[in-house]
Design a protein around this ligand. Structure first.
Ligand code: MSP
Length: 643
């Protein structure tokens, strides 16, 4: 039976980091797990290469869009190869087969009466590729807070409004269409409010898939991007996908637009969408502008890819946000992999070598440990099936702890010195440890493919690990007489300080390499003194802007928006100001409380998503980056004016 799963296709405006690796590693783990269950699994990923954001990133790097996308797309492909991820299809949106697929989807929707020509005149957010219907020139995007641009264009509209009930029926009939539950509820609430028709073409952009017979138009990036899931397996009878694995910020596109496009085209729908949480770096969302991006290659070089895989899947509850830090990574590596699994493997194999000449003795094994293995295996299988990786790993580690304790209690080193009765008991201990290790290793194959395969070979198992199915997980599958392979340590202990320094050093080299790849050099400070295209202003102009220091009293996510936060900021007035800011991608609300910020205090109040915003928070960002709040190194009183 086939199982077709996908990752999002990644934007090529930035090189891959561990946020992207997180999704792709999770997808690779699911692939390996499904394969163990007997499915023929196909994993597709790729790169999202069209749109204005990419066009501008290419121009900033002095490259044509094609040159630029070739380089970054290549980086993604190379990243997955280096990390040993088992990718079957790598689909680029600039590939010819994809262009044909997008045009075919359009023709089908058009033929079925779900597309019409219209026009739009108003504000547009380049970053979100989004029309901002009620905005005025100069207004910020309600999603990300970046200044919108004025556009006027003719476009094709998709009748999304016709799909409200059909989508609600779909979510009802297939309650597991969107997982986890929290995401499903968000989508339900959004769709229930009603859906507006969606513009699916642009005439202001050139870098895109052309609309058939309409020279001026290219497709809106999401109409183009989502179709990749079909073009990646065109002509292979693999559609519909069994699973789209995505990050939580793109649920709406996958759970609303995508099924609506497919329904309109009369095509089968994907079976499930699972949205995981964000990977934060020391509690902040990773971003290029914050300079807190972590790349996977340095970790791969110092601790190995399995250390990263284990950390991401054990430390972060899949579906929720979680933090990455080098300290926590090395901590987990040493405690769980070097001391836990590595130690159990090396002591078990060393004892079989020492006491039984490298041959696993015949025995039924200890019944309590057998029972424990049965229970832990059941928990791990169920958890893997629900993509609850941390729970599966917890169960496997509880089995490691039980076997460790059993070995210590039995003291095989003492039994080895006894007579026949002790020899029989020693056989039982060695068999028990080896059989438990075999089951543990097999269960860990999806998460730790490289190291589990090594332990598997050291155990002398005849069938390669990636051919093993869940049926082989039962106690007693290991036969006495199995001869161990050559034994060597799998997880050498890491010196925390030295390995962190090494990873950080390699990170710098990796950044420099990526810059060089795009022909960029770090900008000299002087370059910031003049900004091309900005007209000069007088001091009188500047003093018109009342910039004040304030302190954030409280902060909360604005309902229905991924990017907006609602804050109350005290600037020394009788009441704190209510401010809506497009910074949710960069900051968690709780991290802002008590923080000093700069606000524009004399900006005319306006409503964003129905909430009055009495000012604007000052933040910096480059095109395509998330905002970084202006702040001070020294103490500064509340209400102080910036001048
Ligand atoms: N191109 C769109 C997706 C189109 S799919 C038809 C896009 N690309 S992206 O490059 O921004 O990648 C988004 C995905 O990368 C997220 O949905 C998530 O899977 C992964 N992640 C990127 N940064 C991440 C974190 N910091 N944490 C977790 N996942 C992250 O959106």
């Amino acid at each position: 039976m086939k199982y077709y799963l996908t990752t999002p296709i990644y934007y090529v405006n930035a090189a891959p980091h561990i946020g992207h690796a997180y999704t792709t590693i999770a997808a690779d783990t699911i692939k390996r797990w499904k394969r163990m269950q007997g499915f023929d699994v196909i994993l597709a990923t790729g790169t999202d290469e069209h749109g204005q954001k990419i066009e501008r990133a290419a121009a900033a790097a002095d490259k044509t869009p094609q040159q630029f996308t070739d380089i970054i797309s290549g980086e993604f492909g190379e990243q997955w190869r280096v990390l040993g991820l088992d990718i079957d299809r790598f689909q680029r949106t600039t590939a010819e087969n994809h262009v044909a697929q997008v045009q075919d989807l359009f023709r089908r929707c058009l033929a079925n009466g779900f597309i019409y020509k219209g026009s739009y005149s108003g504000q547009y957010c380049v970053f979100d590729e989004l029309y901002v219907n009620d905005a005025k020139p100069g207004d910020p995007c309600p999603e990300c807070g970046r200044t919108t641009e004025t556009v006027s264009e003719e476009n094709f509209y998709f009748k999304l409004s016709a799909f409200q009930q059909k989508l609600l029926d779909l979510y009802e009939k297939q309650p597991d269409f969107i997982l986890p539950e929290t995401r499903r509820n968000e989508v339900l609430a959004f769709v229930k409010k009603g859906l507006s028709d969606l513009s699916i073409s642009r005439t202001t952009i050139k870098w895109g898939v052309p609309v058939p017979n309409e020279e001026k138009h290219v497709f809106y990036v999401w109409f183009d991007a989502l179709t990749t899931y079909m073009s990646a397996v065109a002509g292979e009878k693999l559609w519909p996908a069994d699973l789209h694995l995505i990050g939580k910020e793109i649920v709406r596109f996958h759970a609303i637009y995508w099924p609506a496009f497919l329904m309109a085209a009369g095509l089968p729908l994907p079976k499930r969408i699972f949205a995981h949480g964000w990977l934060l770096f020391e509690n902040d969302k990773m971003s290029k502008s914050r300079g807190n991006i972590v790349r996977a290659t340095p970790i791969h070089k110092v601790l190995g890819t399995d250390a990263l895989r284990y950390f991401l899947l054990r430390e972060v509850v899949f579906g929720q946000d979680g933090s990455f830090s080098y300290d926590a990574l090395v901590g987990r590596y040493n405690s769980d992999l070097a001391n836990g699994l590595g130690n159990l493997a090396s002591r078990t194999l060393a004892m079989i070598n020492q006491y039984r000449g490298g041959v696993v003795p015949a025995s039924d094994g200890n019944q309590q440990i057998a029972q424990n293995a049965l229970e832990c295996t059941a928990v791990a299988i169920e958890a893997y099936d629900r993509f609850e990786f941390s729970k599966a790993l917890e169960a496997i580690w509880s089995m490691i702890a039980a076997v460790d304790k059993y070995i210590v209690d039995q003291a095989p080193w003492k039994l080895a010195k006894g007579g026949d009765t002790e020899a029989k008991r020693l056989d039982e201990v060695l068999y028990t440890a080896a059989e438990a290790l075999r089951i543990i290793t097999a269960l860990l194959g999806p998460v730790l493919p490289e190291s589990a395969a090594k332990i598997w070979m050291q155990l002398g198992c005849p069938v390669p690990l990636d051919h093993i199915k869940t049926a082989a997980l039962h106690w007693g599958h290991l036969k006495g007489g199995q001869i161990l392979g050559p034994v060597s340590g799998v997880f050498p202990r890491a010196d925390a300080k030295a390995s962190i320094e090494q990873m950080m050093e390699l990170e710098k080299l990796e950044v420099a390499r990526q810059l060089e790849l795009l022909g960029k050099k770090p900008q000299p400070a002087a370059a910031a003194a003049t900004v091309a295209g900005t007209p000069p202003i007088t001091i009188d102009d500047f003093v018109k802007v009342d910039l004040r220091v304030g302190i954030v009293k409280d902060a909360a996510v604005v309902k229905g928006s991924d990017k907006l936060l609602h804050l109350h900021v005290d600037i020394g007035e009788t009441q704190p100001r209510s401010i809506v800011a497009g910074i949710a991608l960069a900051y968690k609300p709780e991290a802002l409380v008590g923080r000093r910020v700069v606000i524009v205090a004399n900006l005319a109040p306006r409503k964003l998503r129905g909430i009055e915003s009495q000012g604007m928070i000052v933040a910096a960002s480059r095109d395509g980056d998330v905002p970084v709040l202006a702040s001070f190194l020294e103490d500064v009183p509340i209400g102080a004016r910036l001048k």
